[in-house]
Design a protein around this ligand. Structure first.
Ligand code: B12
Ligand code: SF4
Length: 519
């Protein structure tokens, strides 16, 4: 049977990284089937095009995975596919929480023939077998022999054949630039960010988060050996292709068990498996100097930190009191001292937020080492404790906000400001953090570092700005380049001087380190 796994586009940004679930399920598919992957972010298709595609390709089963914010698109695509008579199975966090919605049992239309609840590592082979026999069940739940919910241990993690998978749709280097970039250092014709997990689960239970409910509070890890082997495979692929690969460890809290993280990082270093990597780690775990040393030595370049707020009352409100705003600066300095920088994520519209929260937050950010701040709004995702609290308090203004997804729009009323004021705060956060002046300042603050770090922060900031400000077409990029022309000119001038002054090419970690992940 030919199976299509499809991930809908998020409608806001282009793809910067493939979704892991597709590759994982592909690797877990029993032999004898062919699995095709389409990520709508990389290969946009409308309903008619996808329906035509599944007919042309003689697809026998389509699997669709989606977060809440893409679910409306996912349902539309599923409807179009089901109209051709091909069965659709849906999985992922949204349909796990709201299976009745996907199955049309809540009074709405049916969108899926079957729903895979929770982690599908063990149910997927059963789904494929049932689909082949034409006997799909409505619901597939991961349960043990006694009917109890069971979570995959990850000790038998499948080897994802990264050396063979066609990754053409995920190259981040624009085609036109590939040839020129190949001349800068060794092999910049391709650059891909690959998702990898080393463990699942998080015990912290922050009120707005789906993870503790979905993956559970017991943490499960892959073996160090399996992670190291995957890294080695990717590193070899990058080398053989003359390209670059970076890894995003998608674990929700990569250092949740510090002892184990240190042991993994030591094994990565010992095996020479370093590639540049990004990971999510909560600020409280970055107090450990040895951990930060190992992060840097094993290839860590960016750490995503869910800071959420600089107000301890807000943090306590959402059960994230383990974040201590008073130590954010020290954590970031500790990372920056090892040339590791942070993506700092903030949520506005929290219950103790008042007008001016953006400026108060920016004032703090300006005192920290340069990084990539991002700003969002408190969002009640289905089945989270936050959703239940706001629902009980009658504060949800759009209880089914996912049915009509609007980027950066609140679905409930904050306590100490209006919805419009909260929206304006997020806008102000992005506008000021990514203004040409702020970009120039970020680049300038790294003047003691090799040029590559400044180029890196500048490019990363240009891309991150697109999370909020639509920047998909060439015209918007040209405008952005024009607005930032002074910074670009000074970087190019410096780069030209460095290039001419150098006798030979240097390795990526020396003076011309672009800082962009390299294998
Ligand atoms: C990586 C990641 C991202 C990446 C996404 C890009 C990418 N290419 O992966 C980035 C960093 C960009 C991102 C951004 C956001 N993310 Co995010 N992200 C994650 C994260 C950390 C890992 C996802 C992952 O790969 N997990 C590992 C795989 C193996 O698990 P999985 O995807 O759930 O798949 C398993 C099952 O769900 C199931 N399954 C999944 N799909 C399918 C399909 C079929 C057919 C079947 C049978 C089974 C199945 O089988 C898989 C194997 O068991 C998750 C948290 C988490 N731990 O999952 C949050 C998570 C998915 N993100 C979340 C959110 C909210 C966001 C943002 C909206 C945050 C924000 N406020 O801006 C943005 C939206 C971005 C956008 N524009 O679309 C929420 C989603 C909750 C929800 N109900 O939708 C999660 C769960 C985290 C949370 N805090 O609650 N995210
Ligand atoms: S620490 Fe992160 S993953 Fe864990 S519950 Fe809180 S927000 Fe979710």
């Amino acid at each position: 049977m030919r199976i299509l796994l499809y991930n809908p586009d998020n409608g806001v940004t282009r793809n910067f990284m493939p979704h892991l679930w597709m590759f994982l399920l592909q690797a877990l598919t029993p032999p004898g089937h062919e699995v095709l992957l389409i990520d709508g972010n990389a290969q946009p298709m409308d309903e008619a095009q996808i329906a035509q595609y599944v007919r042309d390709q003689n697809i026998g089963l389509v699997g669709i995975g989606a977060m809440t914010r893409m679910i409306a698109k996912a349902y539309r695509i599923a409807d179009a596919i089901r109209a051709t008579g091909i069965p659709v199975v849906m999985g992922g966090p949204h349909v796990t929480e709201l299976a009745d919605e996907a199955l049309g049992r809540d009074g709405g239309p049916r969108h899926a023939d079957a729903v895979a609840l929770g982690e599908a590592d063990e149910t997927w082979p059963r789904i494929v077998a049932d689909a082949e026999r034409g006997h799909l069940k409505d619901i597939y739940a991961p349960v043990d022999a006694f009917g109890q919910e069971s979570k995959p241990s990850l000790k038998q993690y499948p080897a994802i054949p990264w050396d063979k998978i066609n990754l053409a749709q995920f190259n981040l280097v624009p085609k036109m630039a590939a040839r020129t970039l190949q001349r800068i250092g060794d092999g910049w014709g391709t650059f891909r960010i690959i998702p990898m997990e080393s463990g699942r689960g998080c015990p912290y239970g922050c009120e707005f988060c789906t993870v503790t409910g979905f993956f559970g509070d017991s943490i499960r890890f892959r073996t160090n050996e399996s992670v190291v082997n995957e890294l080695l495979l990717l590193k070899a692929r990058a080398k053989s292709e003359g390209g670059q690969i970076a890894v995003f460890f998608i674990d929700d809290n990569f250092a949740i068990n510090i002892k184990r993280t240190k042991s993994l990082l030591r094994d990565i270093i010992a095996a020479g498996a370093q590639v540049h990597w990004v990971a999510q780690i909560s600020a409280n775990l970055l107090r450990d100097e040895e951990l930060v040393d190992l992060i840097a030595a094993s290839g860590g370049k960016w750490v995503f930190i869910g800071m959420e707020s600089i107000d301890p009352t807000n943090l306590a409100d959402v059960n994230k009191g383990f974040n201590k705003p008073g130590e954010y600066a020290a954590v970031l300095e500790r990372l920056a001292a090892r040339n590791v920088y942070a993506i700092t994520s903030f949520i506005f519209g929290m219950d103790n937020d008042t007008v001016g929260v953006a400026e108060r937050t920016l004032k703090e950010i300006r005192t920290w080492p340069a990084g990539l701040p991002i700003f969002g709004l408190l969002t009640p995702l289905p089945a989270t404790p936050l959703y239940k609290r706001l629902e009980a308090a009658g504060r949800l203004t759009r209880p089914k906000h996912w049915q009509e997804f609007i980027p950066f729009a609140m679905a409930h009323t904050p306590l100490k400001m209006t919805i419009e004021e909260a929206h304006a705060e997020v806008r102000a956060g992005w506008a000021h953090a990514y203004s040409p002046e702020a970009m120039a300042q970020a680049v300038d603050s790294l003047k003691d570092k090799p040029l590559g770090y400044r180029i890196n922060i500048f490019i990363a900031r240009m891309c991150f700005r697109g999370i909020y400000f639509p920047q998909m077409g060439p015209l918007s990029w040209l405008k952005l380049i024009y607005q930032n022309r002074r910074t670009i000119f000074s970087l190019v001038k410096e780069g030209f001087a460095a290039w001419h002054g150098r006798p030979a090419r240097t390795a990526p970690d020396e003076t011309f380190d672009t800082g962009v992940p390299a294998a």
